[in-house]
Design a protein around this ligand. Structure first.
Ligand code: 5AD
Ligand code: SF4
Length: 458
């Protein structure tokens, strides 16, 4: 890549899902040729991007209070005679673009998730190079974006995200994604393999394939015919990457290829995040999830038959309109049946423009809070049980960062457990055998078994 003459500081703050993390990295890649380098603080930044999430309540309020906080950095920069561009990106920008510009005069640019490849043009506009300013880019068509993104990646770590699919056609009645990310789009297999190879060449050991509904991926295969996620994983495995993951999936889109991939491909990690949202058929129907509780259980049983040690994770919503105590109990029963290794639970929040926002049978806030507590306690109990079950095992751990305590490094097991172990920082980026010594609620402690790598790197 051509080295730009003058370096400018870029601060990106990211909320929400892993797709947003991927997008933020790609924004940095798009801006690198213009001389922008990522920094960890807004102090003295030449550009700030707030990459926002609209999935749950108070999203817009959070963005406005962050803009308020960052305003002083912009003023300080201007007082020095400089300029600081402030941009709002992501799903709040998509949903509320004009409103943001109207209410927050300090914001220079607003752009949605499918348009950040146009950043150089937006920057030129916002800095007055073409006379006009305050661009708003919120088109929803995603095809152009992937074709226009640069091949170079500037910030590549031991574990990388790779976006293969965007948008969603499922229209769950509580969810804003079909409106903020648009219709389903699958990238072609060859483009994904090329990007995976570049990441591997840059030292990535783990690739997580991303999509709002990743197992609905049906991009053109190498023969030009629509393919499947299982086949895509098979091709990526052939490139020689050590670990493959994918997220987030929908139960209805699980097919034989995906189950077979979990049975046959060693580099596909034994971990699956498959949201269920509720264990009650009545609520699942009102959510338009398009499956019953028993169908979900049957899908999970198939994964477990294919890969008996697989660790399951899920998303759950409590207090959806019409949810009775009995419906909620069905969700608790589901958690007991599946024995999740981890899980994420949320109070239902009505999202403007979604069908559920107009449904009757609202559940009182105190009831939602109380149910959330009971569900979270149960999930925590399951997490602890899973983590305890791994005590004594020797597992390959990909170390990714320095740990919480002095001398510790942190990584993840194949089951996606977070591990803390005492070890040399030079092991970051390596996969090392670790004996799990103790399982906690949301992490495990371990002792490093193999140290040869230190000698190799010394
Ligand atoms: N209220 C509460 N939780 C929601 N989610 C999505 N929309 C809502 C909403 N309106 C949760 C779902 C989804 C996760 C990403 O966020 O559980 O799987
Ligand atoms: Fe939202 Fe449902 Fe699509 Fe997931 S499957 S992104 S919850 S609409």
């Amino acid at each position: 890549m051509k080295k730009p003459d003058q370096s400018k500081k870029l601060f990106i703050k990211t909320w929400g899902c892993q797709m947003n993390v991927y997008d933020s990295n790609r924004m940095a890649d798009v801006l690198a040729p213009l001389g922008y380098e990522c920094v960890d603080s807004p102090d003295g930044a030449d550009m700030i991007i707030l990459n926002t999430c609209h999935i749950r309540e108070k999203a817009t309020d959070k963005v406005f209070s962050e803009i308020g906080r960052l305003k002083k950095h912009k003023k300080a920069r201007e007082a020095e005679g400089g300029q600081m561009l402030m941009a709002v990106a992501g799903c709040v920008a998509q949903a509320e673009g004009d409103f943001i510009l109207e209410r927050a005069p300090v914001v220079d640019m607003v752009f949605g998730p499918q348009t950040y490849h146009e950043l150089p043009e937006m920057v030129a506009k916002a800095t007055g190079a073409f006379g006009s300013n305050r661009p708003v880019h919120t088109e929803l068509a995603v095809e152009n974006k992937f074709d226009s993104l640069p091949e170079e990646h500037v910030n590549v770590g031991p574990a990388s995200f790779l976006s293969v699919q965007e948008g969603c056609d499922k229209f769950c009645t509580f969810c804003v994604v079909p409106y903020t990310r648009g219709a389903e789009f699958s990238r072609p297999m060859q483009a994904i393999l090329d990007e995976a190879m570049r990441l591997i060449d840059l030292g990535t050991k783990e690739i997580t394939l991303l999509g709002q509904n990743v197992n609905a991926w049906h991009g053109d295969g190498l023969d030009g015919n629509p393919s499947s996620l299982g086949k895509l994983i098979e091709e990526i495995a052939k490139l020689g990457v050590t670990r493959i993951r994918y997220t987030t999936s929908h139960p209805r889109d699980v097919d034989d290829d995906l189950i077979a991939a979990h049975r046959d491909i060693d580099s596909l990690m034994p971990y699956l995040h498959l949201p269920v949202q509720s264990g009650s058929d009545k609520i699942l129907k009102a959510m338009n999830r398009k499956h019953t509780a028993d169908e979900y259980k049957a899908v999970m049983d198939r994964f477990r038959d294919a890969r008996p040690d697989i660790s399951f994770s899920g998303d759950f919503i409590v207090g959806f309109p019409g949810e009775s105590e009995e419906d909620f109990q069905a969700t608790m029963d589901m958690v007991n049946y599946i024995e999740y290794g981890s899980g994420y639970s949320f109070k239902y929040s009505p999202r403007p423009g979604t069908p559920a926002a107009n449904m009757g049978g609202l559940v009182r806030e105190e009831v939602k809070g109380e149910r959330l507590q009971r569900l979270q306690d149960l999930i925590t109990e399951k997490q602890l049980k899973f983590n305890k079950k791994t005590e004594g095992l020797v597992l390959p751990v990909l170390f990714e960062r320095i740990g919480g305590r002095e001398g510790q490094i942190q990584g993840r097991t194949p089951y996606n457990q977070s591990v803390n172990a005492y070890g040399n920082e030079r092991l970051i980026g390596e996969i090392v055998d670790v004996r799990i010594t103790e399982g906690f609620m949301s992490s495990v402690a371990g002792e490093i078994e193999t140290v040869e790598i230190i000698a190799q790197n010394a």
